[in-house]
Design a protein. Structure first.
Lengths: 115, 114
């Protein structure tokens, strides 16, 4: 079965400094991987996705992630944090067949941004 | 654009009561799903549907029923509420398989079972 492990439950950064949110995955075949963001009292929004094309994936709001098969990692980065980036971030992998695949969520990383 | 609309936003129930969480989308999406979110556990799939008349179980289906009579609506029913079902429930929809199409989430229903 596929799974994802988010290595940090909380990350704190200062505004203007880089952001790194770590995610390792387990998959028996080439996975599709995603990062979703959840702002307080809101639903989740897709940041970016990897589906076996380019290994460096660019998403919205300046975020990007690199798929590293040798390390089974899909870490999320941003060069300079903004106050509005404070939210919870979920690393997600697909499981199942083409038409009935399901999303398997990590436990989330809460990002705090200090002024 | 309304997107995915969930009602109610908040609900308190007593153990043993039943209720239906409503979910409607106006994007003509075939795929719809229900998740629950509990602290420290991420989101877990309850039930999902790949089109009207077609539903299937996810990771944690016990205690919940669904039906899909129209493309737009995907209600989630709690037949006899239990304190373990206290959670935040999210409905999501997508235009196709989740590995290719982004899921659009509602803002959630916060449910407390006393």
């Amino acid at each position: 079965a596929q799974s994802v492990t988010q290595l940090d439950s909380h990350v704190s950064v200062s505004e203007g400094t880089p952001v790194l949110l770590r995610c390792n995955y387990s998959s028996s075949y080439s996975p599709s991987l995603f990062w979703y963001v959840q702002h307080p009292n809101k639903g989740l929004q897709l940041l970016l996705k990897y589906t076996s094309a380019a290994t460096l994936v660019k998403g919205i709001n300046g975020f990007e992630a690199e798929f590293k098969k040798s390390e089974t990692s899909f870490h999320l980065t941003k060069p300079s944090a903004h106050m509005s980036d404070a939210a919870e971030y979920f690393c997600v992998v697909t499981e199942g067949s083409y038409n009935t695949d399901k999303l398997i969520f990590g436990t989330g990383t809460r990002l705090q941004v200090f002024p | 654009n309304a997107g995915v609309t969930q009602t109610p936003k908040f609900q308190v129930l007593k153990t043993g009561q039943s209720m239906t969480l409503q979910c409607a989308q106006d994007m003509n999406h075939e795929y719809m799903s229900w998740y629950r979110q509990d602290p420290g556990m991420g989101l877990r799939l309850i039930h999902y549907s790949v089109g009207a008349g077609i539903t299937d179980q996810g990771e944690v289906p016990n205690g919940y029923n669904v039906s899909r009579s129209t493309t737009e609506d995907f209600p989630l029913r709690l037949l006899s509420a239990a304190p373990s079902q206290t959670s935040v429930y999210f409905c999501a929809s997508s235009a196709g398989p989740t590995r290719f199409q982004p899921q659009h989430f509602g803002d959630g229903t916060r449910l407390s079972i006393l």
